[in-house]
Design a protein around this ligand. Structure first.
Ligand code: PRE
Length: 306
């Protein structure tokens, strides 16, 4: 049976995202880390991977960004956006005042700092590999309480001391469903394309040149992040998300331009946007405009018109 490797163990937000991806014909397989979930797909042990990519409060999930930029390429075929509110789990009978340490994924801790300052200021905060791994840590006696996804309470024999915890009420996390390169999802008119680009080192204006290639083609940039290349200081990978599908001429044209300008461009997929909002495109950039322009150029080249 086909499978989805997700950032586990059981009871993470990533598992919820994998369920929300609505692939009932796939079994869900937990992996301990994001790189392991991606490696499961790269090595053919799983068909799809579901991993977090960014949170509206804490920003990029760097483990995902870094793992997507190296090793065998993977491409996203869907994005899932989930509201994020947390529960506080502890062993049955624990009172808030008994808790001397609280663990969670660093992204989760960052999203509840205000609540912790108010209710658990005396507790040491410990980083866990995931929210559900923190729940396992409570069972193992490594920490007194865990900040988890609400569903973690269904998987672990722990008591819910508090639920609905969030410093930002409408916080969301975006997840990607990734596969090995293959057939792309069909364009829907509400698509996003993701790439990683490495520009020439220390070339003045290179980032502006890259962004200009998008702007000139009426392409709406929805996200830009940089991550260090990890060797020389000042050398970065740029992660760009923009409206549109590579099947559209203006997107294909922009990717070709970036490929010319950059050392390296990695395609991370063209997939439907979770919010279904129509692709924003400037005027004169439709496929028909490109086709008309290309046919005019062909005529000029053939000496058929001036
Ligand atoms: O630990 C989990 O439950 C995850 O799926 C990871 C993750 C993240 O990396 O942002 C997902 C959503 C929440 O924002 C907190 C943690």
């Amino acid at each position: 049976m086909a499978s989805i490797a997700y950032f586990g163990p059981q009871g993470t937000f990533s598992e919820q995202a994998a369920l929300a991806a609505n692939r009932p014909d796939h079994t869900l397989v937990p992996e301990a880390t994001v790189p392991e979930a991606l490696a499961a797909v790269r090595h053919g042990h799983a068909d799809l991977a579901c991993v977090p990519v960014e949170n509206s409060v804490e920003g990029a999930v760097s483990a995902t960004m870094d793992a997507l930029a190296v090793d065998e390429p993977l491409v996203a075929i869907a994005e899932i956006v989930l509201p994020v509110r947390f529960s506080l789990l502890a062993k049955p009978g624990t009172e808030l005042g008994d808790i001397t340490s609280v663990a969670s994924h660093p992204h989760a801790l960052a999203q509840v700092q205000g609540w912790l300052a108010k209710h658990l200021s005396h507790a040491t905060q410990l980083a866990a590999t995931s929210t559900a791994a923190a729940a396992v840590g409570v069972l193992d006696g490594q920490c007194g309480a865990a900040i988890t996804a609400p569903v973690a309470a269904d998987h672990y024999d722990l008591e819910v001391l508090e639920t609905g915890i969030a410093d930002v009420d409408d916080a969301v996390t975006r997840f990607l469903l990734l596969q090995r390169p293959g057939a792309l999802p069909a364009p829907t008119g509400s698509d996003r394309t993701s790439i990683v680009a490495v520009a020439a080192y220390q070339r003045t204006g290179v980032l502006a040149e890259m962004l200009t290639e998008l702007a000139l083609r009426g392409i709406n940039l929805s996200r830009i992040e940089s991550r260090p290349m990890k060797g020389r200081l000042g050398e970065y990978r740029f992660y760009l998300d923009f409206d549109g599908h590579v099947a559209e001429q203006r997107i294909a044209d922009a990717l070709a331009a970036l490929h010319r300008r950059c050392h390296e461009v990695r395609f991370l997929g063209s997939y439907p946007k979770a919010d279904g909002t129509p692709t924003l495109a400037g005027t004169d950039n439709a496929d028909a405009d490109y086709a008309a322009a290309a046919s005019w150029v062909t005529k000029v080249q053939q000496g058929r018109t001036g």
